[in-house]
Write a protein of this length. Structure first.
Length: 310
């Protein structure tokens, strides 16, 4: 595969080109097969992994992945640093850039990661913001590719598609040439600008995006069915959200409308009994824990690739 020059940062899915996304996924598969063969951070080089939100899989996968690449992870809980006491994101970026080879951050508004990237002289990686979850989608695509060709495969995403997972699913899967079906109520659908960007991408990749309020229509014949939690930490309208999204629950009855060999994804943590049932989460179609593992391999590949020519 011909290599292309990496972008400066990875803040959202289409910061990569279609070809670059394929390169990272190819490298991720190789790293999964031989985890210690790519010491891209030997030295060791250090990577700052900053958390302004709680985390399990992101924290573990980046910490372990950096070690497997031969590097040193500096895991930072923002509230225990000057960030938690009002130091600007820009000043933090300038300081961290003097110490580390890359900065990974899990934060709130996209304005914060954009300010960080604007002031950093090293690559910045989005480990989750309110608007995007691009590292998760690399892992999702790697998981799908282990079972099906990406191009031409259909994926149904159910529930709240108006935030990071919905946005990243629409964009990343369009880049891979997949056919995306969003099943969500009107107030939980991707923003018009996200759908417009997907249309631009699909004109080149042959993918597509369909948005429907009918969960059965979204799932019918789908090769992949994906969902995420309906209620995130701190949401004040949890009862209202659950009531409005109940008919989008990924249960056995709904999954029966998908393809016979469909696989099920959930980025975790799951609220079992809300957006997904035990019978689906633990059933034969589930690839949820393969997907969680692939965060490790996809993120290793991303870091190694971003730093390849620096």
């Amino acid at each position: 595969m011909k290599h292309t020059a990496p972008p400066k940062h990875f803040l959202k899915d289409d910061d990569l080109t279609v070809a670059q996304q394929a390169e990272v996924l190819d490298l991720a598969a190789k790293m999964k097969a031989d985890p210690y063969a790519y010491p891209a951070l030997a030295g060791p080089k250090s990577v700052a992994v900053v958390f302004e939100k709680p985390s399990t899989r992101t924290r573990l996968s980046f910490d372990i992945g950096i070690a497997e690449l031969g590097g040193h992870s500096v895991v930072i809980d923002a509230q225990s640093t000057q960030l938690g006491r009002g130091e600007t994101v820009g000043d933090t970026a300038r300081v961290l850039s003097r110490y580390v080879s890359a900065i990974v951050i899990r934060t709130f508004g996209d304005d914060r990661i954009e300010e960080l990237a604007a002031n950093a002289s090293v690559p910045v990686v989005n480990a989750l913001t309110d608007g995007w979850h691009p590292c998760q989608l690399l892992a999702d695509l790697q998981t799908v590719a282990e079972h099906k060709p990406l191009k031409g495969t259909s994926i149904a995403y159910l529930g709240d598609a108006a935030f990071n997972m919905g946005n990243s699913t629409v964009i990343a899967c369009s880049m891979a040439g997949m056919h995306v079906r969003i099943g969500a109520p009107e107030d939980y659908q991707p923003a018009p600008e996200v759908l417009a960007r997907a249309a631009e991408i699909n004109a080149a990749t042959g993918g597509s995006v369909v948005v429907t309020e009918d969960p059965v229509e979204a799932v019918a014949g789908a090769d992949v069915v994906s969902t995420d939690a309906w209620v995130s930490m701190g949401m004040a309208d949890s009862e209202k959200r659950i009531e409005e999204l109940t008919r989008y629950q990924l249960n056995g009855e709904l999954l029966a409308h998908a393809a016979d060999d469909a696989i099920v994804l959930h980025c975790l943590p799951a609220h079992r009994g809300e957006e997904i049932t035990d019978e689906v989460m633990d059933g034969p179609h589930s690839r949820v824990f393969d997907q969680a593992e692939n965060r490790l391999h996809a993120q290793k590949a991303l870091l190694a690739w971003l730093l390849r020519e620096r």
